[in-house]
Design a protein around this ligand. Structure first.
Ligand SMILES: [Zn+2]
Length: 491
């Protein structure tokens, strides 16, 4: 169905991402901004919108927003204003939200994302700052939605928490990769925000939330289709599924000769499909006007320059550096990133392991163990230093791969460092040639027919003798060294 739809239609998607900033206090008052506090325990006249209260801008929130803009290659406004966005909703006590409208703090940037070994540049239209709303809880219904509920409760702790909205330009031309590119964009954005230290970016707690716009146009046509906006898609996997499911749904609508309606849709985590919400408001419905209670924001060039100089190494720069330093391809890098193994591999290399060895252990044996126990590789009870030590023992010939896996077993089972596991389990490779030669001579004596074949030039038959020696030493020999000694013995 999906592949078929994409033969006729070209998808275009765009993302609006809301990020709760990790400031200690709210956007326009001094209330705390801690997640999970007792309901309505972090409120004051300002964030409750009581008459006569006046907002004051949180300087750190402006600083964080500028940092985000700079990291997204945006221009930073030298002067901008907040605006009132008017609408009525019970979780917004003022009946308007302080936001930014035609004068956002950051504009015209981009973020490069890597998908399938290809870089896709996602244009950023704007980054603006606003305040979050409170949270409604509908009690008594089966679904947790307002329909069928007996009553609703409102928690204003979240009202007024600084919220940054990052809006992309429409992204055309990604074809059947559109869902993956959308997911990769949110992943890259999340990693970038985490690196900047401006948010805890926990999608499951709502500090990073996405709305996904999707439309289809006929292949070969210049005209873009009508877009829908899928709200509050709350995991990386859901971003991918929401785009995919909207592509399938809209293709079916268009194939039936109907038209796609511009509307808000809800994504359902359980079924993976979207259902119709309200019809989409236009900007004019919000009656925006400049916020009269706040002075304009005019960040000086010196401030912006000093923030630019303070930016940490961003994920894109890190990616370029690691690809170069480890001599790997874009696809190799993606495999590490998707396995969540970048940090541990980098730390293992820092502890002295060769990049290829570090990748081999973390992506192979350890990824398998992590998968078996349903945890991230970084959560396994083995440190990068341990892995570096194991790979050092292999490189020096003290362990072979099989013994190394046993050492890893021991470390994971809490038996201590690799060296103590080697000592306690008696796992060192038999490197004493005299001991090996005794086993080799026994294998030669036991297999006269194999010896005859090797002497006839069928060198690969030596594998049988190597196997016999490995068995005799219970796997503790270095197979390469054994092969060498056998060949020396027989020539
Ligand atoms: Zn407050």
């Amino acid at each position: 169905m999906y592949e078929e739809a994409l033969q006729r239609y070209e998808p275009v998607f765009g993302l609006e991402t809301h990020v709760e900033l990790g400031t200690r206090t709210k956007m326009f008052c001094g209330c705390g901004a801690t997640f999970g506090a007792e309901p309505n325990s972090q409120v004051c006249p300002v964030c409750l919108g009581l008459p006569g209260s006046l907002p004051v801008v949180n300087r750190l929130a402006i600083e964080y927003t500028i940092k985000i803009g700079l990291a997204l290659n945006c221009s930073i406004a030298s002067w901008c204003r907040f605006a009132r966005k008017n609408y009525f909703y019970p979780d917004m006590p003022k009946n308007f939200q302080i936001s930014q409208y035609d004068e956002p703090l950051c504009t015209d940037g981009y973020l490069d994302v890597l998908v399938g070994g290809k870089t896709v540049r996602v244009g950023i239209e704007r980054v603006h700052l606003e305040e979050d709303t409170g949270k409604s809880m509908h009690v008594g219904g089966a679904t947790g939605r307002i329909q069928g509920a007996e009553y609703s409760l409102v928690d204003y702790n979240r009202a007024g928490i600084p919220l940054v909205e990052i809006v992309t330009r429409p992204v055309p031309g990604t074809g059947f990769l559109a869902p993956e590119v959308a997911r990769a964009y949110v992943t890259e954005l999340r990693d970038m925000l985490r690196t900047l230290g401006v948010s805890d970016v926990r999608m499951e707690e709502g500090s990073l939330r996405c709305d996904v716009n999707t439309s289809l146009s006929l292949r070969g046509s210049d005209a873009w289709g009508t877009r829908t906006e899928t709200k509050n898609v709350n995991s990386l996997r859901s971003v991918e599924r929401a785009v995919r499911s909207e592509i399938e749904r809209q293709a079916a609508v268009l194939d039936a000769g109907q038209r796609v309606i511009q509307e808000t849709r809800h994504f359902h985590e359980d079924t993976g499909v979207t259902t119709s919400g309200r019809s989409k408001e236009e900007a004019q419905d919000y009656r925006y006007f400049p916020e009269p209670d706040l002075v304009p924001v005019a960040p000086s060039q010196e401030w912006v320059d000093s923030l630019r100089a303070s930016l940490p190494e961003l994920p894109s720069a890190r990616r370029a550096r690691l690809i170069e330093a480890w001599s790997i391809t874009d696809l190799d890098f993606e495999a590490l990133r998707n396995a969540g193994a970048l940090d541990v591999v980098e730390q293992t290399v820092a502890c002295g392991a060769a990049p290829a060895d570090a990748r081999k252990w973390w992506l192979g044996e350890l990824a398998r163990r992590a998968n078996d126990s349903g945890v991230e590789v970084s959560a396994l009870p083995i440190t990068p230093a341990d892995v570096a030590r194991v790979s050092e023992l292999v490189a020096s010939g003290s362990l072979n791969d099989r013994l190394a896996r046993e050492v890893i077993d021991g470390v994971l089972e809490g038996e201590g460092s690799p060296d103590s596991v080697v000592a306690a389990r008696g796992l060192a490779v038999v490197s004493d040639d005299t001991a090996l030669l005794a086993a080799i001579d026994a294998a030669i004596a036991d297999n006269p027919d194999v010896v005859a074949r090797i002497r006839d030039g069928k060198v690969q038959a030596a594998g049988v003798l190597v196997g016999a020696v490995m068995k005799a030493t219970r796997g503790k020999a270095d197979a390469a060294r054994v092969r060498e000694l056998i060949m020396e013995r027989l020539t």
